[in-house]
Design a protein around this ligand. Structure first.
Ligand SMILES: [Zn+2]
Ligand SMILES: [Zn+2]
Length: 164
């Protein structure tokens, strides 16, 4: 079997999921399902948030695509399911681990990409209510956040040079 088209479908699904996540976050989570997302913007101190329900909302289609795709030998459907699952994993690592640090890993990273996505998401959390907002995506962020991290870095570096 030629795997190449299926790998492409998986990759394409992964990329498309960033857009789907943006739309879901902007119009569904900050829309009619705000009651599930609200505790993510106004923390209650509980270990589990109602917001975690969104993992199921993404996990169920992924699981159905993989299972039904493999059972019926519709491999492109399974490939879509794997793309959603991979995105879910990346989202989990970026949002729960790297940004919100619910598990104590990578807490002191100095990597520019990590700093940028953290900053962009911090700006998303600055807004406490349903209607306003910015930076609804996760893995791809607008240029202005990159610019801010780059500017910080050059200030930091200039500071180092001055000290020497
Ligand atoms: Zn939000
Ligand atoms: Zn968040």
């Amino acid at each position: 079997m030629n795997w190449f088209p299926f790998i492409l479908i998986t990759l394409f699904t992964f990329l498309a999921m960033e857009g789907i996540t943006w739309l879901t976050h902007r119009f569904v989570m900050h829309g009619f399902l705000w009651y599930l997302h609200e505790d993510h913007h106004k923390p209650t101190g509980h270990k589990l948030e109602k917001n975690d329900a969104f993992f199921l909302i993404f996990a169920i289609p992924s699981w159905l695509c993989i299972m039904l795709g493999l059972q019926n030998k519709l491999y492109w459907v399974a490939a879509i399911g794997f793309g959603i699952a991979l995105y879910g994993l990346a989202y989990f690592i970026v949002h729960e681990v790297i940004i919100h640090q619910r598990f104590k890993l990578f807490t002191r990273s100095n990597n520019s990409y990590i700093k940028t996505i953290r900053w962009a998401h911090k700006m998303h959390h600055k807004h406490l209510d349903k209607h306003e907002g910015e930076s609804f995506g996760m893995l791809m962020v607008a240029k202005k956040y990159w610019d801010k991290v780059r500017a910080d870095r050059s200030i930091q570096e200039a500071g180092k040079v001055n000290k020497v």
